[in-house]
Design a protein around this ligand. Structure first.
Ligand SMILES: [Zn+2]
Length: 104
């Protein structure tokens, strides 16, 4: 298995973010659900997914990948949520990856 490139990681993150935005829109579809209530629904769903995945990895007949849930998992998820909510930092482009255009 080869390591993912930064572009592949960005593409995957973008795809997951778009999918999550679609779920948020679905949670708001009734036009009466406050945005924070819809986000809380998504957060509870993510917690339930974690619970199911953790259970599958504790089951001796479950997933054989070797990961096991740990005490700090929920703290890490909460920190990831906090980091995701922070204002985005401006992305500075790398000059090494740029194609020169035109001449001076
Ligand atoms: Zn696994």
């Amino acid at each position: 298995m080869s390591a993912r490139t930064p572009a592949e990681i960005l593409a995957r993150d973008h795809e997951i973010r778009e999918g999550t935005a679609r779920l948020f829109e679905r949670a708001m579809r009734d036009r009466r659900t406050p945005p924070l209530a819809a986000l809380e629904t998504l957060a509870r769903a993510l917690g339930a997914v974690y619970r199911d995945i953790a259970r599958a990895h504790l089951d001796p007949a479950g997933c054989p990948c070797g990961w096991t849930p740990g005490e700090g998992d929920l703290r890490a998820l909460i920190e990831a949520l906090r980091n995701g909510a922070r204002p985005a930092q401006p992305v500075l482009p790398s000059l090494q990856g740029m194609e020169p255009v035109g001449r001076a």
